[in-house]
Design a protein around this ligand. Structure first.
Ligand code: HEC
Ligand SMILES: [Cu+2]
Length: 340
């Protein structure tokens, strides 16, 4: 028997467990008011359970110690009305305390739920999130169609400003969860719901799909990027622009490759003829950190690997492989990288 696999399995389990206590993917590192409310409830319940645990273990230990001395002589069963009364009293008060504590916890979770739901604002930012197998469509709706931003997997928001997230799903049930920002929210097909988030500290906050949704559920990440007002406004202005025209022949060739291959059947690049919404909007692909729902960094090499054989990287995902000539592939990537 080879002892290595179980040990390394244990090692990664421990690493995974410890990972909860570091970094931003953590409900105990709240980044805004909703997450702080949830953290408060967590600690209240934690300490109640901790006290109950100590009381229970103490009770067990005392009972065990007492029985050991008495078990030596087998005592006959004797009637002991005084002892019975005391036992009845002890059990009844324990039951009463338990019920009261559970009601208190219920009350506090209802209050916390109301607080998390109840924060409102007259001037929020609205973001529509649509779950797809296995990526997130992110839209900043506007009454004017040309003022609507569409992107994927990376959600930019300004620091300190309330944001309404509207949810929906294009296929199956997904769940939107950024632990340091708010609780899990299911995205249900055919049903839209809304909830609030707010982040008070600039940074990048990771999130995951938290409802098993098929083969690539584990590769369905997103991030919320909280930035100061000016940076957010700049990002917003940039995203509103249609795609930049290719500045050099290589990029122009790449645009041609995109337009003459299957890409246009699934992707949108605003300002070109590509207008399909099966896959992520690529108009500003170059402004994203990661691709394929946080699966790969947005680099030349990763783009090449992804475009040639996305099925190898994320088996079962809804993008087909593309057999491109090396020249065409290079030009295509050059073009995609100009889409800032
Ligand atoms: C059959 C539909 C389809 C075709 C054809 C297709 N794609 Fe995709 N593409 C997708 C889907 C779906 C995703 C999202 C995959 C995921 O993350 O699970 C995607 C993701 C991408 C991404 C990553 C985007 C991001 O922000 O994560 C890039 C880049 C991309 N496709 C480029 C291309 C190019 C270039 C072509 C043509 C050579 C192409 N695609 C053809 C459906 C398609
Ligand atoms: Cu999922």
């Amino acid at each position: 028997m080879n002892p290595i696999p179980p040990i390394s399995g244990l090692g990664s389990a421990v690493a995974l467990f410890l990972a909860q206590f570091t970094g931003e993917h953590n409900s105990l590192h709240p980044a805004g008011p909703q997450a702080s409310d949830i953290e408060w409830l967590y600690w209240v319940i934690f300490w109640i359970i901790f006290v109950a645990f100590i009381l229970m273990i103490t009770g067990f230990a005392r009972a065990a110690a007492r029985n050991r001395t008495q078990a030596a002589e087998m005592l006959p069963i004797m009637s002991d009305p005084e002892g019975d009364r005391r036992a009845t009293w002890a059990v009844s008060s324990a039951v009463a305390i338990t019920v009261l504590t559970l009601f208190a916890v219920l009350f506090m979770s209802v209050i916390t739920g109301k607080k998390v739901e109840g924060r409102t604002s007259t001037n929020p930012i609205t973001i529509q999130i649509t779950g797809h197998q296995w990526w997130w469509e992110v839209q900043y709706p506007s009454p004017q169609a040309d003022q609507t931003i569409t992107t994927a997997n990376e959600i930019h928001i300004p620091v300190g400003r309330p944001v309404v997230i509207l949810t929906s799903s294009a296929d199956v049930i997904h769940s939107f969860w950024a632990p340091s920002v708010n609780g899990k929210r299911d995205l249900l097909p055919g049903y839209s719901s809304a909830f609030w988030i707010q982040i008070d500290k600039p940074g990048t906050y990771p999130g995951r799909c938290a409802e098993f949704c098929g083969l690539q559920h584990a590769h369905m990440g997103f991030s919320i990027i909280a930035e100061d007002d000016n940076t957010f406004k700049q990002w917003e202005q940039q995203q509103l622009k249609p795609a930049a025209d290719p500045a050099d022949p290589e990029a122009a060739h790449g645009k041609q490759v995109f337009a003459t291959h299957a890409c246009i059947m699934c992707h949108t690049i605003r300002g070109t003829d590509a207008g399909s919404r099966m896959g992520p909007d690529l108009t500003h692909l170059g402004s994203r950190q990661m691709i394929a729902a946080e699966t790969l960094p947005n680099t030349r090499g990763a783009l090449a690997g992804w475009i040639i054989d996305p099925q190898r990287i994320k088996p079962g995902n809804h993008m087909a492989p593309n057999l491109l000539e090396p020249d065409d592939l290079q030009a295509l990537i050059t073009y995609l990288q100009t889409l800032q």
